[in-house]
Design a protein around this ligand. Structure first.
Ligand SMILES: *Cc1c(COP(=O)(O)O)cnc(C)c1O
Length: 360
């Protein structure tokens, strides 16, 4: 008998969401971003769901190598580039495309020999101030890449600090265009938010991540309104039911107290599974076919729910923490975080179950 908690992953929903990106950015090619184990959905599920993407982008070298072994022809992009001289050489050998964002990476490339077949993406710092060359160093970095014997092709890219705010994005686009003016090469700028609301950023390649998994990158726009389907359904069951009298408390710290007689369901899912402990009383949850709320504090292995809307629910009744009935973005909002974090934090003890069947 297994603990009844699973993350059901639906590669067909991922393929659908990829189709939405194609509709939004019809002239661009798509790097499907599959870093962090496909945003928690499992690498193989992501590779299946995004089989029709033009390439996949991640930053974990070991996974990139594994994908190359499985798919000799796929375009694979390493979003943080090489981490040392050895990984630079590995990228040349395996034809992994590299982002180049600092001087050290240029040095490693210059020390590299081999066939001229490495594709690189020179990264411009458009205001995030994390990775990338500033206006002053960008052209010089470009010239150094041109002179590198292993470099076959140079693309130009940037990553937005405020893609959910179109005005901020357009300022960054202007900076990027100034830095790149007259330089040949393909351009890549857009993450999910820019794919959705700033068509001026689509250029040659877009780089959507979170929207492909069915979470919104823009707080004001729900996934449903964007035509995106959730690819992860975190599901469990009731382990136990308690009947409370007025004044009875629930869970650690007695954070919730019953104002009237109540039935409380105990769900097999806690913060050790990746459910956010910051989710407070009122966070939505789906129990036995109806929407209800979490009450009291989320503990390590369990959480408690109000059974008032589902008087018939018994031990074993199905529960959905997030998925098609409960948008992950609603849980994230209740917990003071974003869908991205919830997806990525589903812990290793939660089995990922692939179910391509369309869910009702
Ligand atoms: C993660 C990442 C993306 C995808 O961002 P989303 O907001 O998930 O669409 C795109 N580009 C880079 C460089 C990234 O690191």
């Amino acid at each position: 008998m297994h603990r009844p908690l699973y993350a059901r992953i639906d590669p067909a929903a991922m393929a659908h969401n990829l189709g939405r990106v194609r509709e939004l950015a019809p002239s661009a090619r798509i790097w499907a971003v599959i870093k962090a184990n496909g945003y928690g959905h499992g690498l193989n599920n992501a590779l299946e769901g995004f089989a029709r993407a033009d390439g996949v982008a991640l930053l974990e070298f070991d996974n990139a190598i594994r994908i190359r072994e499985q798919f000799p022809e796929r375009a694979i992009l390493l979003l943080e580039g090489a981490f040392d001289e050895t990984s630079t050489r590995l990228a040349v050998e395996r034809e992994l495309q590299l982002v180049v964002h600092n001087e050290a990476q240029l040095d490693w490339l210059e020390h590299c020999s081999g066939p001229r077949r490495l594709r690189v993406w020179l990264k411009f710092n458009s205001g995030m101030n994390r990775l990338g060359f500033n206006q002053a160093g960008f052209r010089q970095a470009y010239e150094r890449l041109v002179a590198c014997p292993v470099v076959e092709r140079i693309g130009l890219m940037t990553h937005f600090a405020n893609a959910d705010q179109p005005d901020g994005t357009l300022t960054a686009v202007t900076r990027f265009e100034q830095a790149c003016s007259q330089l040949p090469g393909q351009r890549s700028l857009a993450n999910s938010a820019a794919c959705i609301q700033v068509p001026a950023t689509h250029a040659n390649w877009v780089r959507p991540g979170v929207m492909l998994y069915g979470a919104t990158p823009i707080a004001a726009q729900s996934c449903a309104s964007l035509g995106l389907k959730p690819a992860m359904h975190l599901e469990s069951a009731l382990l136990s039911i308690q009947t409370l009298l007025p004044g009875d408390m629930v869970g650690y710290g007695s954070a919730f107290s019953a104002g009237r007689p109540m039935r409380i369901g105990v769900v097999a899912c806690g913060y050790a599974d990746g459910y956010p402990r910051s989710a407070t009383t009122g966070t939505p949850v789906w129990v036995a076919g109806r929407r209800t709320r979490i009450v009291g504090r989320v503990s390590m292995d369990m959480l408690t729910v109000d059974l008032e809307p589902v008087p018939e629910a018994a031990v074993g009744a199905p529960v959905q923490l997030w998925g098609n009935h409960i948008p992950i973005d609603d849980v994230a909002a209740s917990a003071g975080t974003i869908g991205y974090e919830l997806m990525c934090r589903v812990s290793r003890r939660v089995p990922l179950v692939t179910s391509s069947a369309q869910l009702s």
